[in-house]
Design a protein around this ligand. Structure first.
Ligand SMILES: C[S@@+](CC[C@H](N)C(=O)[O-])C[C@H]1O[C@@H](n2cnc3c(N)ncnc32)[C@H](O)[C@@H]1O
Length: 213
């Protein structure tokens, strides 16, 4: 089997790294309440998949140790600036969520925001998340997900997906993320669905999935 590419390079990745903080502005404000609620309880070693340019660093409590796994190296400088600004100790890797470069059962929490839509292999990402979490550790997520099957919005998401994926850096707006998390093997999943105004990228899902203790 060919090895999964762990680095996103080329002009598109460079442009996306530049554009992400600009595109994200309003949407970030709308999902902020869920980030504040869920991220404030993080402790110890936290691994974030796809941290991008560091949008979440402002919400992380002081004292955590962050391991970031971000395949787009053009995002790294901005992320490191944010880490310095908010006093977060970070160890940053160019890599992918399907192949995490850390030992089994070595982190207290895994964080993901607006990433599960664009990972290449969602099941492998969740399996890796479980592998690296310590017993009793938690997976904390704030994501946009596919609308209810059979709804008009889901039809729109299904139709627009091929183009959306190209312009949105691999984003699939129609993924059944909750179903995948529930099937992945966590001991308990607590999640709530919410909507924010805007086309295609809705509904959202925020919650915590616990590894058996
Ligand atoms: C929409 S951005 C979200 C960034 C950040 N989490 C946020 O909330 O602003 C998606 C991020 O996921 C990253 N990504 C895409 N595929 C990935 C993968 N397989 N593993 C880890 N990160 C990935 C992208 O490079 C990008 O930084």
């Amino acid at each position: 089997m060919p090895k999964r590419k762990a680095q996103k390079d080329g002009w598109y990745s460079r442009v996306f790294a530049w554009a992400l903080p600009k595109i994200a502005g309003k949407h970030s404000q709308l999902i902020e309440p869920w980030k504040i609620k869920l991220f404030s309880s993080l402790r110890g070693t936290v691994l974030e998949i796809g941290p991008g340019s560091g949008a979440n660093l402002r919400y992380f409590p002081a004292g955590i140790r962050l391991i970031g796994i971000e395949p787009n190296p053009y995002m790294h400088p901005q992320l490191l600036k944010e880490a310095e600004r908010f006093g977060v100790r970070v160890e940053l890797h160019t890599g992918v969520s399907e192949d995490l470069p850390v030992e089994p059962a070595s982190v207290d929490a895994v964080v993901s925001s607006l990433v599960l839509c664009s990972v290449t292999d969602l099941e492998k990402t969740l399996a890796e998340t479980l592998r690296v979490l310590r017993p009793g550790g938690k997976f904390v997520f704030v994501e946009h997900v596919g609308a209810k099957r059979g709804s008009l919005l889901r039809l729109e998401q299904d139709l627009v997906r091929p183009l959306w994926k190209v312009v949105g850096d691999g984003c699939n707006p129609n993924r059944d993320v909750l179903e995948a998390i529930e099937k992945a093997g966590f001991a308990r999943v607590e999640a709530e669905s919410f909507s924010v105004p805007g086309p295609v990228v809705s509904p959202h899902l925020a919650g915590v999935a616990y590894k058996a203790g």
